[in-house]
Structure formats: C-alpha cells, structure tokens
Write a protein that binds this ligand. Structure first.
Ligand code: 5GP
Length: 218
C-alpha cells in the first residue's frame, strides 16, 4: 500500500545534531508506546495525524506524507537553546506559548528561521503556516492538560508536519521524550532526552516513568 509507511522506533539516541550518540536497549519500544498513545489521544481530539495504528513493540503504521521541511518548536517554559541563544534565565514560565521555526536540515544544524524565510524560500505557504501554527498551539494545550494530572509539566516540544496524497496537512514524525521536555511537577526531575544530553543518568528510567504514568491513566 503506497499510502502507508511502517515506522520503526529505534534504540539509538542522538543529541547536538548527532555529535553525541548512544544506544539504549528498550528505548525504541517505550517511545513507540508513548508516541502511539499520544497520537491516539490527539486524533481523538480532532487533530489530523499520520498515525494509523501501532503494529508491535517497535513499529507503527502511518499514512505516508511529504514532510514540510520545518521543525516547529513550542515552548511554555524557558530552557535549552532558547536560553543559550538569548541569554535568558532557565525555568521562566512564558506569558503565552512561544512558537519557533527551524529549517529541517541536519547539515546546517536545523537553524532557527523566520516566517519570512519559510515563505520566501517556498518551504511552506501562508495558508499552510497558519494551519501549522494553529495545530501546534492546539497540541500544546491538549498535551499540557493531558500531562498535568499525571504530575508532568510539558516544558517544550518539537513537531513535524506533512501533506498526504490528497494535500491534507497531517501531524507526523513522533511525540516522545526524545522530542518533548517533560519535568516532574513536584521535583522538577527531567523525564526526557535531557537526561542523555546532560549526562544526568538513568535515561531509560525516565522514559519508563513517562510510560508508567500514561499507561496508568489509560
Ligand atoms: P531546543 O531547541 O531547546 O534544543 O529544543 C526545544 C524542544 O524541541 C525540545 O523539547 C527538544 O526535544 C525538541 N527538539 C528540537 N529540535 C529537535 C530535533 O532536531 N530532534 C528532536 N528529537 N527534538 C528536537
């Protein structure tokens, strides 16, 4: 079926544009379980996604899309490259969600771009960008509300979008502790890939904890 792809969730882990690499047994399975649960949740709330179903521990069936070459980052709390780039303090809750666009280009290190760059170089259209931003903000409020009762603060995350054969805009890629920052509401413990990026240890334990709380809810 040319309109469907099989996605494999791998155990490999990269950071800083693949300058840092590792493999953690069991990480692919956890990300597949977490990402499947979140795509199902968002789909049920009316967000158009590429997700069809989870096939097994490490595979998902998804609708094939042509990826929009823009990474959409939504931030609720300051951290990461935002603080490094602008010198702002970490841990400040923003008065409203901040959207950033990056060009999806590993060779260039996914550079931050403006909306004008995205439009003038034809990476998206005015209408598509409007929809992308609307969906990204909706995903942010849905996921923030989803995680709060689980004692998890959604700090920031990255989304990717694509268009299917009929031109529909779909949320694609994955939504997991690899692509989101999750902080424990009570302890501020990092429950995401920052454990790997910053050598905090127990990476798998953090991913397991996210899945434990999600599966408890389900
Ligand atoms: P930052 O720009 O602070 O590194 O990342 C902001 C948010 O987007 C974090 O939740 C981070 O996980 C996610 N993110 C940004 N770029 C990428 C990327 O290229 N790959 C992945 N997996 N996540 C990204």
């Amino acid at each position: 079926d040319p309109s469907a792809y099989l996605v494999e969730y791998k155990n490999s882990l990269t950071a800083f544009n693949a300058a840092k690499k590792d493999t953690i047994e069991g990480k692919g399975r956890l990300n597949n379980l977490i990402s499947s649960a979140l795509f199902e949740f968002l789909g049920g709330k009316g967000i158009p996604t590429h997700f069809i179903r989870r096939i097994d521990d490490t595979h998902q069936l998804v609708r094939s899309v042509k990826i929009v070459p823009i990474e959409v980052v939504v931030r609720n709390i300051t951290t990461g490259t935002l603080c490094r780039r602008l010198g702002v303090k970490e841990g400040i809750r923003l008065p409203r969600p901040l959207i950033e666009l990056c060009l999806k280009d590993d060779a260039l290190g996914d550079p931050l771009i403006t909306e004008d760059h995205a439009l003038l170089f034809g990476w998206t259209t005015t209408e598509q960008l409007q929809k992308i931003k609307e969906i990204a903000l909706k995903v942010n409020s849905l996921l923030s509300e989803y995680f709060l009762p689980l004692g998890i603060v959604l700090v920031d995350f990255k989304l990717e979008f694509g268009t299917d054969g009929e031109g529909n805009l779909l949320l694609a890629d994955e939504i997991s502790p690899d692509t989101c920052r999750f902080w424990d509401r009570d302890t501020n413990d990092r429950l995401d890939k920052d454990r790997f990026r910053k050598d905090l240890g127990n990476v798998l334990g953090a991913y397991e904890e996210i899945w434990r709380r999600i599966s408890g809810k389900r």
